[in-house]
Ligand binder design. Structure first.
Ligand SMILES: Nc1nc2c(ncn2[C@@H]2O[C@H](COP(=O)(O)OP(=O)(O)O)[C@@H](O)[C@H]2O)c(=O)[nH]1
Ligand SMILES: [Mg+2]
Length: 396
């Protein structure tokens, strides 16, 4: 063969083109394999035979994860302004100072305290007053059993006409309420690297919002937070969590549409371990086709969390909506029998005149109330302080 006719430049170009084609082909095949990796992992979780450390660094979590400060380049954050239905946190820069708890309780205060004052200052202090107080407390969602406990001492004192000053009635009631809501609660230990919190509760109680507020607060404290989008029942729930995650600067780990929630939280915990995160907050569904399905799913999610990290979840926080009154107690009992609930977050105290439910919850569930929600903004999630609550409730 006579090589003198071959153009050397053309030869080099030809070889380079060939090399590029081969490399591109390899890359495409590798990407396709990465996508398909999610299937077997989910199947393994479903059958329950996934070993704790079975996942490797090619976990699907990384590909589905989104983060404000992390590897996120597929979406424009500006497109994700919250709408009226699913509001995000208020902008911290021009946010007004946090409203006092007393203001958040204003509906309860006018509903309960005004009626209490009406009763004790306008009626004679005798045993009939006990019946009136009983009716007031029960209609404020304190619950019958708790009401009886609260009024035990007052009943004796009023029947024997021992009390002559109305303010004494109020002070004694206040002392009784304080005694019931007071608990020595250990704060959450955030130093477990990561501390895993499973958030549960029926649809619409405020799980996602509470997670978002908590995430914002924890990242503001300098903690690294990962959110697990375990409510895969509705696509909107994942989007809502992503909005909060973006605002808070927390990575959101989600699965493909209709993913197995246990798989998503597994990935979230593993991602958090890789990220050396301090906290994983896992959202869950609150509604499935039947309550039995929901409870079974939550049990499975809990089991799989423990496979991802021994000891997880460290906290199972049940979110209750204060506006649902005594129903909230029934919900909590139902969830408690399925998963080991460790604490309560009580939302929407601002939206009810029946804040007495706090007293019933503290009295009857045997669980600490960790947080209360008194509005939709970030700063409206408060640590529940029993003394502050009693003070705000009984303030003149
Ligand atoms: N007023 C008020 N609204 C709240 C509070 N917490 C949550 N919400 C609202 O309750 C609605 C349902 O909340 P969401 O987090 O989506 O509930 P989820 O279905 O349990 O996740 C949303 O419109 C929230 O803004 C609160 O403390 N106060
Ligand atoms: Mg939700």
């Amino acid at each position: 063969m006579d090589l003198s006719n071959v153009d050397p430049g053309g030869l080099v170009l030809g070889v380079l083109t060939l090399l590029f084609t081969v490399l591109a082909g390899l890359a495409v095949r590798k990407m396709a394999r990465g996508e398909m990796h999610a299937g077997p992992q989910r199947d393994a979780l479903e059958s329950g035979d996934l070993e704790p450390d079975a996942d490797d660094d090619e976990s699907v979590a990384g590909e589905d994860a989104t983060a404000l400060d992390g590897p996120r380049d597929d979406e424009e954050p500006d497109d994700e302004e919250p709408d009226d239905e699913e509001p995000g946190p208020a902008a911290p820069a021009d946010a007004p100072p946090p409203k006092p708890l007393r203001e958040g309780l204003s509906k309860t205060r006018t509903g309960f305290m005004a009626r209490l004052n009406d009763l004790i200052f306008k009626r004679s202090l005798d045993e009939d007053l006990v019946d009136e107080l009983e009716a007031l407390l029960v209609t404020s969602d304190v619950g019958i059993r708790t009401t009886e406990r609260l009024l035990q001492d007052l009943r004796t004192a009023l029947t024997s006409k021992e009390i002559t000053d109305p303010t004494v009635v109020r002070d004694r009631l206040r002392a009784q309420v304080a005694q019931i809501v007071h608990r020595d609660v250990q704060p959450i230990d955030w130093s477990r690297g990561p501390t895993v919190v499973m958030v549960i509760g029926v649809n619409g109680v405020g799980k996602t919002t509470t997670i978002g507020k908590l995430a914002a607060r924890l990242t503001a404290e300098g903690k690294r937070v990962v959110l697990g989008a375990g409510d895969t029942f509705r696509a909107a729930a994942v989007e809502q969590l992503e909005i909060w995650g973006q605002r808070a600067g927390a990575r959101v780990v989600k699965g493909p549409p209709e993913a197995d929630p246990a798989s998503v939280v597994f990935d979230a915990i593993q991602q958090a371990q890789r990220d050396k995160a301090d906290v994983v907050l896992c959202d869950t569904a609150g509604r499935l086709h039947t309550a039995v399905n929901l409870m079974e799913e939550l049990k499975k999610v809990r089991r799989v969390m423990n496979k991802a990290m021994e000891g997880a979840p460290h906290e199972v926080m049940m979110v209750l909506d204060a506006t649902t009154g005594q129903n909230a107690i029934n919900q909590a009992e139902q969830f408690k029998s399925a998963v080991d609930v460790t604490s309560i977050a009580l939302t929407k105290l601002d939206g009810t005149a029946k804040g007495g439910v706090v007293v019933a919850i503290c009295d009857s569930l045997g669980l600490p109330v960790r947080y209360v929600g008194i509005g939709e903004a970030v700063e409206d999630l408060r640590d529940f302080s029993p003394s502050e609550f009693v003070e705000a409730l009984f303030a003149e």
